[in-house]
Design a protein around this ligand. Structure first.
Ligand code: AMP
Ligand code: GLY
Length: 420
């Protein structure tokens, strides 16, 4: 079949890598893609936020299956447009993607279905939000309601920080995303991610992972989109996964169906685990980045079969075969990220890195210039390896990192430390 993947990051490179290994794949196109993706698939530079553009492209290229990578096209209704045109599509409708696009909506769903999460209040004006914060005290968490590229959450350790966040959000720092603000209880514990496919009725867990959000070793420095990940996350024991499925994910999926907006796609539940129980931090309506890189490395070609079963409403009969192993990915970022950074520096040594079912350098932000691979973003490469143990995966990934010659880049040296 002919398959179109939308997106251009390391997540989409990993999705393309897994899909490409499946013999069902004839032609694989990624839009817009990047320099690494171009090595294994065709890339097409089309506007992926516009449903009509995507549908026309699919018709012109006889596409049989569309996989939507990032949240922006989902929130913009691209999956709706594809389904309305009769295209088989992996990714939730805009109405279902509100589980990521609106934090207040997610809270409303948790209330309706009884899913455990942080206590909260929502505000459209600064004055009552300030009064609420003064009454609750710090630590406390302030969230812009809408999509803010991962920057709309302030975990305030002092009341002054929380009040400053209220001023920023209602002052327009996040544009329309900050028109409504959720203020919630600070949850202590260890964070982990739980990935579940949903076809609207059946939920199929497809793995766990842990991300590293801070830029520096030892979880110091500014917050980023993620500096590395590993799968599985040992903190998500079988018992906690079952509790999260029974108390959080399944009630959410039932509530979304009951409202006439069934959730079809991957539901990424960010969980906080404390005293052996999980509470919901947030939902995302897509695979994580870089979590997808470790999940895809462990799932391989069957990822396509699972996404097809999801899109066709056949998850009840789907089978998943987990290799009993570990995967770890290290993000190489441009110096300065998540602040200002330069683009265009040349990355050497990639050609000598192994590329097989256990080792892969996924490209997150690269471009090709005169035959060389150059940095073209903040997060640039995801150096990924599998091993029978996490420490083996860790050693293999860092051996690859050390073979890459890119003085303008940096990475954390301690990915996986919690589990190692
Ligand atoms: P979110 O975008 O909602 O995932 O928030 C970004 C990060 O902020 C999360 O990954 C957590 O590390 C942290 N966070 C969000 N909500 C809370 C909370 N209620 N308590 C503690 N930490 C939180
Ligand atoms: N790595 C975090 C995310 O994809 O949201």
């Amino acid at each position: 079949m002919n398959i179109l993947i939308l997106g251009s990051g390391g997540r989409e490179h990993a999705l393309a890598w897994a899909v490409k290994q499946n013999p069902k794949t004839d032609r694989l196109i990624v839009a817009p893609g990047n320099a690494g993706i171009a090595i294994l698939a065709e890339c097409a530079d089309i506007g992926i936020l516009d449903g009509a553009t995507v549908v026309t492209f699919c018709e012109e290229n006889a596409i049989d299956f569309v996989i939507v990578g990032p949240e922006a096209p989902l929130a913009a209704g691209v999956a709706d447009a594809c389904r309305a045109a009769g295209l088989l599509t992996f990714g939730p409708s805009a109405a279902a993607a509100r589980l990521e696009a609106s934090k207040a909506f997610t809270k409303e769903i948790c209330d309706a279905c009884g899913a455990p999460t942080a206590a909260y209040a929502r505000f459209t004006d600064a004055a009552p939000a300030r009064t609420y914060i003064a009454a609750q005290g710090a630590p406390i968490v302030v969230k812009a309601d809408g999509l803010a590229a991962g920057k709309g959450v302030i975990v305030a350790m002092t009341e002054a920080e929380a009040l400053a966040a209220i001023d920023d959000m209602f002052g327009g720092e996040f544009g329309a995303a900050g028109a409504e603000v959720v203020v919630e209880e600070f949850m202590a514990g260890e964070e982990a991610s739980f990935f579940v496919l949903s076809d609207g009725e059946t939920a199929l867990p497809i793995g766990t992972a842990q991300d590293h959000k801070r830029a520096g070793d030892g979880d110091t420095g500014p917050n980023t989109g993620g500096m590395g990940a590993y799968s599985p996350a040992p903190v998500l024991t079988d018992a906690i996964q079952k509790q999260a499925l029974d108390e959080i994910v399944l009630p959410t999926i039932r509530e979304m169906s009951r409202r006439g907006t069934p959730y079809q796609g991957v539901l990424y539940a960010g969980l906080m685990i404390e005293n052996g129980r999980a509470r919901l931090v947030e939902y995302n309506c897509r695979f994580g980045d870089p979590e997808a890189q470790v999940l895809m490395m462990r799932l391989g070609a069957q990822a396509l079969d699972l996404m097809l079963a999801c899109a066709e409403g056949r998850l009840a009969e789907a089978q998943i075969n987990w290799a009993d192993d570990h995967a770890l990915t290290v993000v190489l970022a441009a110096k300065g990220y998540p602040g200002a950074y330069a683009k265009g520096s040349v990355i050497r040594g990639l050609e000598s890195q192994p590329e097989d079912s256990r080792h892969m350098v996924f490209h997150a932000g690269t471009a090709e210039k005169d035959g060389a691979i150059t940095a073209n973003g903040g997060r640039v490469l995801n150096v990924t390896a599998r091993g029978v143990s996490l420490s083996e995966a860790h050693a293999a990934a860092y051996a690859m990192v050390d073979g890459i010659d890119w003085p303008e880049g940096f990475c954390r040296r301690d990915i996986g430390w919690r589990a190692l």
